[in-house]
Design a protein around this ligand. Structure first.
Ligand SMILES: Cc1ncc(COP(=O)(O)O)c(C=O)c1O
Length: 390
C-alpha cells in the first residue's frame, strides 16, 4: 500500500502514540476530578498540553476550546456566533470552495432565515486559481454581516487564502472572522495574531495526531469573541463546550503539534521534493496531464504537499480502481462517497469531464522516493490500460 492521501488524514506518529499511552492506563482519571490526586495529576498534564497547543498558534491557553475535530470546531464557530441570542446581524459570508464542514452548517443557517453569501474564487485560467475574489468580499461586507468564514488552506487543491487581507476588510466593519485551518495547522506556520482572526479551527489527525480531537481558538484579547455554547452540561472549558475532557487525545494533539513545529522546515522540504518528483514523473508518462489549482512553484499560494491533476480521457474513479495499491482520492474524503463532481474543481471553471478525470494526492512525512516512483509506474500502467480499453 502506498499512502498518498495526507489531506484526508495522516498516520499517527509513533512518538505521539507513546505520549498518549499512559493516559489510557495509569493516568485514566477524569481531569475534572479535583477531589483526588489522580484527577489533579491528569488535569495538570492537560493544562500543560493546553499551553503547548495555544503557544503553537500564538494564542493563550484560555483561548483554546477542545473539541472532537475540525467539523465540531467549525460548527461551534458558525452556530455559536451567528445564533448567539444577542446577535442581530443576519448575514454570513464564506467562499464557494469551503469544506462541507462549513458549507453544510451554512445551509442550515440559511434555513433559519440567515442570508448566506458564498464568494467565488479566481478561475484555473488566472494566475491565482482558487483564491477568493477580495473585491466581491468587500462589496458584500456591511454592518449586517455577523461572520466571515474562510479556510486557510484548501483540502483539494491546496490553495492558501490571503487571510491577513481578509482580516483587514473584516476589521473595517467590526465583523468577526473564522478560519478553517484544518489543512494548515501543523503543516505551515499559523499564528492567530499575524492572521488577525477571531476564531480558528484545527484537527489533530491532520498533523500526525489522533483522530477524534481538535480545537477551536476563540479570541479573548484585545477584543473578545462572543460565542454561544452548542454542547451544554458539566460546564467544562469555560462553559463553551461541556463534557469530560479527552485527556489522551488532548495530550496526543499537543505532542503531535510540538513535533510538527519542531520539524516543520524538514517536513516542508521533504513534501515539496516528493510532490515535485511525483508531478515531474507523471508528466513524462501521462500525455496531456493537466494541473488543477495554483502553480506548484508558488508555495505562497499552495500547500507544498498537494497535487491535483486531470488524467485526460479516463475517470479518476476508474483509475483508482485500476491501481488498488494506491491510496489517493478523487475529492475530499468526506465527500468521496458522493457521485457529484468536486465542487472545488467545478468552481475553478473546469469542465465536468476534466473534473471527473482528476485525482488528489497529498504526500507526507513518512513517504519515500521509492514509493513515489512506484506510484508513478502503477498510475502509468493503470492509465494506459484504461485508455486501451476505451
Ligand atoms: C479543510 C477541512 N476542514 C474541515 C475538515 C473536517 O475535519 P475533521 O475530520 O477533524 O472533522 C477537514 C477534513 O477533512 C478539512 O480538510
Amino acid at each position: 500500500m502506498i499512502y498518498l492521501d495526507h489531506h484526508a488524514t495522516t498516520p499517527m506518529d509513533p512518538i505521539v502514540r507513546d505520549a498518549m499511552l499512559p493516559y489510557f492506563s495509569e493516568h485514566f482519571a477524569n481531569p475534572g476530578s479535583s477531589s483526588h490526586e489522580a484527577g489533579r495529576v491528569v488535569a495538570q498534564h492537560v493544562d500543560e498540553a493546553t499551553h503547548t497547543v495555544a503557544r503553537a498558534i500564538g494564542a493563550s491557553a484560555d483561548e483554546i476550546v477542545f473539541t472532537s475535530g475540525a467539523t465540531e470546531s467549525i460548527n461551534l464557530a458558525l452556530f455559536g456566533t451567528v445564533l448567539h441570542p444577542r446577535e442581530k446581524r443576519r448575514q454570513i459570508i464564506s467562499v464557494v470552495t469551503e469544506h462541507r464542514a462549513t458549507l453544510d452548517p451554512l445551509q442550515r443557517l440559511q434555513k433559519q432565515d440567515r442570508e448566506v453569501v458564498l464568494i467565488p474564487v479566481a478561475p484555473q485560467s488566472s494566475t491565482t486559481p482558487g483564491v477568493i475574489d477580495l473585491n466581491q468580499l468587500q462589496e458584500h461586507l456591511s454592518e449586517q454581516t455577523a461572520l466571515v468564514s474562510v479556510m486557510l488552506a484548501n483540502n483539494e487543491i491546496g490553495t492558501l487564502q490571503p487571510l491577513t487581507q481578509i482580516a483587514e476588510l473584516c476589521a473595517r466593519y467590526g465583523v468577526p472572522l473564522h478560519c478553517d485551518a484544518a489543512q494548515a495547522v501543523g503543516r505551515i506556520p499559523v499564528d492567530v495574531n499575524a492572521l488577525n482572526v477571531d476564531l480558528l479551527s484545527f484537527s489533530a489527525h491532520k498533523f500526525y495526531g489522533p483522530k477524534g480531537v481538535g480545537g477551536l481558538y476563540v479570541r479573548r484579547r484585545p477584543r473578545s469573541t462572543r460565542l454561544y455554547a452548542q454542547i451544554v452540561g458539566g460546564g467544562q472549558q469555560h462553559n463553551l463546550r461541556s463534557g469530560t475532557l479527552n485527556a489522551p487525545g488532548i495530550i496526543g494533539m499537543a505532542a503531535a503539534l510540538s513535533l510538527s513545529i519542531s520539524r516543520m522546515d524538514n517536513d516542508l522540504r521533504h513534501s515539496q521534493a516528493l510532490r515535485d518528483r511525483l508531478w515531474n514523473g507523471l508528466q513524462k508518462v501521462i500525455p496531456g496531464i493537466l494541473l488543477n489549482g495554483p502553480d506548484l512553484a508558488r508555495s505562497d499560494q499552495r500547500l507544498v504537499g498537494n497535487l491535483n491533476c486531470a488524467f485526460p480521457g479516463v475517470e479518476g474513479q476508474s483509475l483508482m480502481l485500476a491501481v488498488p495499491e494506491l491510496c489517493v482520492s478523487s475529492g475530499s474524503a468526506c465527500t468521496s462517497a458522493e457521485p457529484h463532481p468536486s465542487h472545488v474543481l467545478m468552481s475553478l471553471g473546469l469542465d465536468e469531464g476534466r473534473v471527473r478525470s482528476s485525482l488528489r494526492f497529498g504526500v507526507g512525512r513518512f513517504n519515500r522516493e521509492a514509493e513515489i516512483d512506484l506510484a508513478i509506474q502503477l498510475l502509468s500502467e493503470g492509465y494506459h490500460k484504461l485508455v486501451k480499453m476505451g
